[in-house]
Design a protein around this ligand. Structure first.
Ligand code: ATP
Length: 438
């Protein structure tokens, strides 16, 4: 079977209105992307599935914290000091690299992976990944604020607000989806690594001593989640962090990885952050962040188990995983899980004339109340279906001459190409049944 390559995915995303280069008419802006009509729906469906998977639980609630936060937050979190990457320059071709991405044998010879010259790489410099800006009209040090590099800190500084207002007891979690910004040295691979992206994070607050058990629990939950999203299990794996890979705040960590066309890469990080963050915020703010357990009369700082996923990166995973070149029928199909498909059904009159278009339009209006649908009367019927196959629309409905006689239509399945005939009044129920059981 022909493989999904990044070139094919990027081309399809552009051709079908999923993702466009940002500011394209000005030549684009490196690693910035805009989400088109189908991209925005697909991204929203992934986000909604994640949100439901978290907040339908009685022990997880939501939050939407501000992107700009007090600058001390980032001192306390360690980002001002530690959120750096080692930046290496080539003196010859001026290419820039993250030191840890240069193969060790090249690094030993200070050989540039781009131009191949030896003894040309500079010493590594620490480069802070946070975007800085200024609050208010004066650009001075006192007014520096940062665009948040992760959504997590908004949860930590609010955890007692959430806990006291909801009266949740440890263990409980707070979920949040939002933008994060990192001035990455080497962005790339389409929407895999960008400087502006969205995270879906859930921070779970547990009693110290129970953290190991909950880390294990969430690790398994997260793998199950990706499978429910329709991702092929053989393309997913865990990557536990060795001691020397652990972030400064983590006691234990494990990534969920996916096999992208450019290799196995992180999709989500699961960390046992201990009480590092709450302890630091308590110290830097001077406010007590102790949790009071009224069952045992104990006061303590909870440990935190973090699950941190990238929304855009998940969308890339979904696109790559769903890409299918059906050579038998000379078509490209996005085999999206019907739950994620931006459009659930397309309604096509066989021809525009003889009243078929009017019937198809009426069916479209009726179905619109049940799920997202599209009406399409442009071009040959085969072409119309192939267009929808590339968008990932699971069902196609054709209104033909027989419809005028007996009010039946054909219903086509995107993957099997099976067609059945049924009264159009039964369409909503039939498609809803299929969507539920998918
Ligand atoms: P990496 O090692 O790939 O730089 P990280 O370990 O720094 O990632 P985390 O800080 O754990 O990533 O962020 C959690 C998740 O946020 C990642 O698993 C990824 O899905 C997403 N993410 C992080 N950085 C980016 C980025 N620059 N572009 C898109 N998504 C990102």
């Amino acid at each position: 079977m022909p493989e999904a390559t990044m070139d094919k995915i990027v081309a399809l995303a552009k051709r079908r209105g999923f993702v466009f280069p940002s500011s394209e008419i000005y030549g684009g802006l490196n690693s910035c992307w805009d989400y088109g009509p189908f991209g925005v729906e697909l991204k929203k469906n992934i986000q909604e599935f994640w949100w439901r998977s978290m907040t339908l639980r009685p022990d997880v609630v939501g939050l939407d914290a501000s992107i700009l936060m007090h600058p001390k937050v980032w001192e306390a979190s360690g980002h001002v000091e530690n959120f750096t990457d080692p930046l290496v320059d080539c003196r010859q071709c001026k290419a820039r690299f993250r030191e840890d991405e240069i193969p060790p044998e090249k690094m030993a010879k200070r050989q540039c992976p781009n131009c191949g010259n030896k003894d040309t790489l500079t010493e590594a410099r620490r480069f802070n990944l946070m975007f800085k800006t200024f609050m208010g009209p004066v650009e001075e040090d006192a007014s520096v604020v940062y665009l948040r590099p992760e959504t997590a800190q908004g949860i930590y500084v609010n955890y007692l607000n959430v806990q006291t207002t909801t009266r949740l007891k440890v263990p409980f979690g707070i979920a949040q989806v939002g933008k994060a910004f990192r001035n990455e040295i080497t962005p790339g691979n389409f929407i895999f690594r960008t400087r502006e992206f969205e995270q879906m994070e859930m921070q779970f607050f547990v009693k110290p001593g129970e953290d190991g058990k909950w880390f294990e629990y969430w690790r398994n939950q997260r793998m199950e989640y990706y499978q429910k999203l329709g991702i092929r299990p053989e393309k997913l794996r865990f990557h536990p962090h060795e001691k020397d890979e652990l972030a400064h705040y983590a006691k234990e960590a494990c990534d969920v990885q996916y096999e992208f066309p450019f290799g196995w890469q992180e999709l989500e990080g699961i960390h046992n952050r201990t009480d590092f963050d709450l302890k630091r915020h308590q110290e830097y703010s001077g406010k007590s962040l102790l949790y009071f357990d009224d069952a045992t009369n104990e006061k303590y700082l909870p440990f935190i188990i973090e699950t941190s996923a990238g929304l855009n990166r998940t969308m890339l995973t979904v696109l790559v995983d769903a890409y299918w070149e059906d050579t038998a029928h000379e078509r490209v199909v996005l085999k999206l899980h019907p739950r994620l498909a931006p459009i659930k059904a397309v309604i096509c009159p066989l021809v525009k004339k003889d009243g078929l278009a009017e019937i198809a339009e009426k069916i479209t209006e009726d179905l619109r109340w049940h799920f997202p649908v599209l009406y399409d009367q442009q071009g040959g019927i085969g072409k119309r279906y192939y267009r929808q196959d590339e968008i990932g629309t699971p069902y196609g409905i054709t209104v033909d001459y027989q419809t005028k006689e007996d009010q039946t239509v054909t219903l086509r399945d995107r993957d099997t190409l099976d067609q059945i005939r049924l009264p159009y009044t039964a369409l909503a129920q039939e498609i809803e049944k299929r969507l539920r059981s998918a």
